[in-house]
Design a protein around this ligand. Structure first.
Ligand SMILES: Nc1ncnc2c1ncn2[C@@H]1O[C@H](COP(=O)(O)OP(=O)(O)O)[C@@H](O)[C@H]1O
Ligand SMILES: [Mg+2]
Length: 411
């Protein structure tokens, strides 16, 4: 008999390596596990990470009494065999709906209540993890044990429903059929309304980043500010220092006509309310690529050339600051774009070098724009941060000035 135990999966830097001599169909995988379809409407998930296996097994076990949690048939040191869930994910199933049908809304509410009673949550991307089977039976794969302080409201699910314009219709259903639950949710929302105007950000957090007291809605932070999600389309960057706020505000407002600059909605005394950019940053994106797509080079080159043409002083595009959106590449963090002189994209070079893509990038640049290629490569490219710092004029002048000052003091 064919036995899935002869399937071997190994985690490698380039991704998961799968040896599948029995040819069971692969139905899904992530960076450390893979799912295969077995005969008899079963499937097996094979793990390389014992902790992931334990967490997922604990959650599935905690939900075995719930009809919408897949049944476990067998478990081993690196695998779990469960029923095979065959049907479209909810997101696809309701794609063209203008409202959530009553029967489906009821079932979804039952899932939410059942999950909560078993101390489970749906996890990330709920609409992709709930499947619709025959007779609209729902199955929720990948439940997770609720964190200690999980709010009493299924926030990720409501957010995803909002994303496909079905949140209102679902909430109306909850209001009518379970007014108590609805009231509890609304109370939670009122109490936790996020007011970014009350948030303060100060310099000197761990790793030289800024410090903020409020982790809710935090998207990211750097040396100058902290960025918070405000709603589906907006986020706000709050600055620790007024001087940096003024600098970045000037750049963003003066460059709203450039397609790679995030749109600004409003500026306040220490914040900039801007377009929330949906998508992975380019570093995360490139981690999934074995070769540097030429399209990436073309787009980066276009941004860097536009920056130069538009009078930007600092010409750079660090991979972590490029967000890959469906409206193209966008570049964030412009605090020093008008004030620090830097002619070559040194941080971009360094980031590409770390990903092993610098040589390909430069070859592609050479073919696309020989003049820029010569400009960039006529001097050696500094590959460490220290070398790069020494090249940036203003920084080295600052250093020199400081040295002179120190000398003066000693005199
Ligand atoms: N408009 C935006 N949309 C989505 N994410 C953003 C946006 N602006 C910033 N971020 C995220 O927040 C992080 C910190 O913002 P950034 O402007 O780099 O702050 P800092 O100036 O302190 O380095 C960014 O690296 C990015 O991941
Ligand atoms: Mg930054």
């Amino acid at each position: 008999m064919r036995d899935f135990k002869s399937i071997k999966i190994t985690k490698r830097e380039e991704g998961l390596e799968i040896h599948n001599p029995v040819n069971f169909p692969l139905v899904g995988m992530d960076s450390s596990s893979a799912v295969f379809k077995l005969p008899n409407e079963q499937c097996v998930k094979i793990y390389t990470d014992p902790e992931q296996l334990k967490n997922e097994a604990d959650a599935l076990k905690a939900g075995q009494h719930l009809s919408f949690i897949p049944e476990i048939y067998e478990m081993g040191p690196n695998f779990i065999v469960t029923e095979y869930v065959n049907g479209p994910p909810l997101k696809e199933y309701v794609r063209n709906c203008t409202y959530l049908p009553e029967s489906l809304a009821n079932k979804l509410l039952a899932v939410i209540k059942g999950m909560a009673s078993a101390n489970l949550a749906i996890g990330n991307a709920p609409l992709e993890h709930i499947f619709v089977l025959d007779h609209e039976e729902l199955k929720c794969i990948n439940p997770v044990i609720s964190a200690h302080k999980t709010p009493p409201v299924p926030i990720p699910l409501l957010r995803d429903l909002k994303g496909i314009l079905l949140q209102d219709s679902f909430l109306t259903h909850v209001k009518n059929s379970e007014p108590k639950i609805y009231k509890k949710w609304m109370k939670f929302f009122r109490k936790n309304r996020f007011d970014y105007k009350k948030i303060t950000v100060v310099s000197g957090g761990s790793g030289h980043g800024v410090k903020t007291e409020d982790p809710r809605n935090l998207i990211g932070k750097g040396h100058q500010g902290a960025v918070y999600r405000v709603d589906d389309e907006k986020c706000v960057k709050i600055y620790a220092k007024l001087s940096q706020f003024t600098k970045e505000r000037e750049v963003l407002l003066a460059s709203q006509n450039l397609s790679f600059i995030p749109k600004v909605f409003e500026t306040g005394p220490n914040f900039i309310l801007m377009e929330y950019l949906q998508g992975p940053d380019l570093n995360t994106f490139l981690k999934t690529q074995s070769k540097l797509p030429e399209e990436v080079t073309t787009r980066l080159l276009k941004i860097l050339k536009t920056m130069r043409k538009s009078g930007f002083k600092k010409i750079d595009a660090p991979l972590r600051h490029i967000i890959v959106t469906n409206q193209g590449f966008k570049l964030v963090d412009h605090v020093y774009s008008f004030s620090k002189r830097q002619d070559r994209p040194l941080e971009l070079f360094r980031n590409l070098h770390e990903r092993n893509f610098l040589d390909t990038f430069l070859d592609q640049v050479k073919a696309l724009d020989p003049k820029i290629y010569v400009e960039w490569t006529s001097r050696p490219i500094p590959l460490t941060r220290e070398e790069a710092v020494a090249e940036v004029d203003i920084k080295s002048t600052k250093k020199k000035r400081k040295k002179e000052k120190d000398k003066d003091k000693r005199k």
